[in-house]
Ligand binder design. Structure first.
Ligand code: PLP
Length: 377
C-alpha cells in the first residue's frame, strides 16, 4: 500500500468526536462515565443475582416501551450477536422454508446460513443489485419472510411491512434491524421478530442479540422446540425465551454490553423516543447526501432517495479522487472508520449517522473531506 499523504486537518475543522464507523460504532463518553461509576457494584458480579437481573429487567421493559410493543410481544435476548441469531432462527423459527430479501453482505449471510440446514428446504432468495432492494413476494410454502431494515454493507434501507395477503396467514416476518433499531421508525404490528445486536445503532458493544417477538413467533418457537429437530442448547430459542422471561440468559452475558445498551435506550427515551432518534439520523444523513449532491467529486451511491439509509450513508467518489486515500488521511487525523464495506469494492466512503453521533460532527466531517480532497488535488 502506498504511503498516506501527510495532510494535517486544521483543528478547528475537526469533529469533536472522530468515530464514524458503522459497527462497532461510537459509544458516547457519558455512557462510559456512567458505566465507570456503576462498575464497582455491577461488573464482576453474578449474572444470577439481583443487580444484573435488574439491568436485564429494565432493558426488557424499556425496549418494550421504546418500540411500542403490542400486548403479548416479548423482548428476548441471548449471546452471540446477530450472526448467532441467524443460526438461532434457522434452528428455532423457520418451519420448512424461508424467503429472503438479499441485497448485501448481511442479508445474504442469513440466506446462506439457512441454505445449509439439512432439515429445511432450500430458501427462496429475492435478490437485487447493490444499492437497491428487492421486495418480498408471497409464496406458497414459505413460513418465514426475512427482511433487513437497513443493509449496513450498502447503505440501503427497505420499508418493513407484511407482504400483501400474509397478515392473516401463519407465516412470520423476521427483520434484521442491527443498524436500524432505535434509529429508524418501526411499526411492531408489521413484524413477528425484530432482532439486532447492539454495537451499531444502539451505541453499545458486541456479543449479544435482542429479539422483539410476537405471540405468533413465540408459539412457533415453542412448537418447533417440542418437535424432534436437534437443536444445540446454546442456539435453542425456546431456552432463550425461558431464560429471558426470568430476566436472565442461558449462559453468561456480556455485562458491559448490557449496561451500555440500557444507557442508550434510556438516552433515546429521555430525548423523545424513536421519533427523536429517527429525526436526528435524518438530519445527519441529509447533511451528507446534500453535501454529496452539491459536491463535484462525490455522489450518493443509492440513487433512489427513498432507499437511502438514514443510519449508514454510502458516498461514491469520482475516479480521480481515491476514497481509500481520503479515508486513510482522515484516519491519520483521528477521524476513523469512514472506509466503505470492503467486499462492496467501490470507490466509496461509508459514514454512520446513528443517534449517538452529533449532526454537527457529521457537518464538520464534510468540511474535513473537502479540505483533504482540496489538499490532494
Ligand atoms: C453487523 C450486522 C450483522 C452482524 O452482527 P454481529 O453482531 O457482528 O453478528 C448482522 N446484520 C446486520 C444488518 C449488520 O449490520
Amino acid at each position: 500500500m502506498s504511503a498516506v499523504p501527510d495532510i494535517r486537518i486544521p483543528n478547528d475543522l475537526l469533529p469533536k468526536d472522530g468515530r464514524f464507523g458503522s459497527g462497532p460504532s461510537k459509544i458516547p463518553p457519558d455512557a462510559i462515565s456512567a458505566l465507570v461509576e456503576y462498575a464497582p457494584t455491577y461488573l464482576g458480579t453474578s449474572h444470577r443475582k439481583k443487580t444484573v437481573i435488574d439491568v436485564i429487567a429494565r432493558l426488557r421493559r424499556e425496549m418494550a416501551d421504546l418500540f411500542a410493543l403490542p400486548d403479548g410481544y416479548e423482548v428476548i435476548l441471548g449471546n452471540g450477536g446477530s450472526t448467532a441469531f441467524w443460526d438461532v432462527a434457522t434452528f428455532g423459527l423457520i418451519d420448512h422454508r424461508s424467503q429472503h430479501c438479499s441485497f448485501g453482505e448481511f442479508s445474504a449471510k442469513f440466506a446462506n446460513a439457512v441454505s445449509k440446514a439439512p432439515f429445511l428446504e432450500a430458501p427462496s432468495v429475492k435478490e437485487s443489485e447493490p444499492g437497491t432492494h428487492p421486495l418480498p413476494e408471497v409464496e406458497a410454502g414459505v413460513d418465514l419472510y426475512a427482511l433487513t431494515q437497513n443493509e449496513t454493507s450498502t447503505g440501503v434501507r427497505m420499508p418493513i411491512a407484511r407482504p400483501d395477503g400474509t397478515a392473516s396467514s401463519d407465516s412470520l416476518v423476521a427483520v434484521d434491524a442491527t443498524s436500524a433499531a432505535a434509529a429508524m421508525r418501526i411499526d411492531a404490528s408489521q413484524f413477528d421478530c425484530y432482532y439486532f445486536a447492539p454495537q451499531k445503532a444502539l451505541a453499545s458493544d458486541g456479543g449479544l442479540w435482542f429479539a422483539l417477538m410476537s405471540p405468533a413467533a413465540v408459539s412457533r418457537a415453542a412448537r418447533i422446540a417440542s418437535g424432534d429437530r436437534y437443536v444445540p442448547p446454546s442456539l435453542d430459542l425456546s431456552i432463550a425465551i425461558e431464560n429471558s422471561r426470568n430476566d436472565t440468559t442461558y449462559n453468561t452475558p456480556a455485562l458491559v454490553t448490557l449496561s451500555l445498551t440500557l444507557h442508550q435506550i434510556e438516552t433515546v427515551l429521555a430525548a423523545g423516543g424513536l421519533e427523536w432518534a429517527a429525526k436526528r439520523c435524518e438530519e445527519s444523513s441529509d447533511l451528507l447526501y446534500q453535501w454529496a449532491e452539491k459536491s463535484d467529486f462525490a455522489t450518493p451511491f443509492v440513487t433512489d432517495p427513498a432507499k437511502r439509509s438514514t443510519t449508514t450513508t454510502t458516498i461514491d467518489f469520482e475516479s480521480a479522487v481515491s476514497a481509500d486515500t481520503v479515508a486513510a488521511v482522515l484516519r491519520s487525523n483521528g477521524v476513523v472508520d469512514t472506509e466503505s464495506y470492503r467486499k462492496l469494492g467501490r470507490n466509496q466512503l461509508r459514514i454512520a449517522c446513528y443517534p449517538a453521533i452529533e449532526p454537527s460532527d457529521v457537518e464538520a466531517l464534510t468540511t474535513c473531506i473537502d479540505h483533504v480532497v482540496g489538499q490532494l488535488a
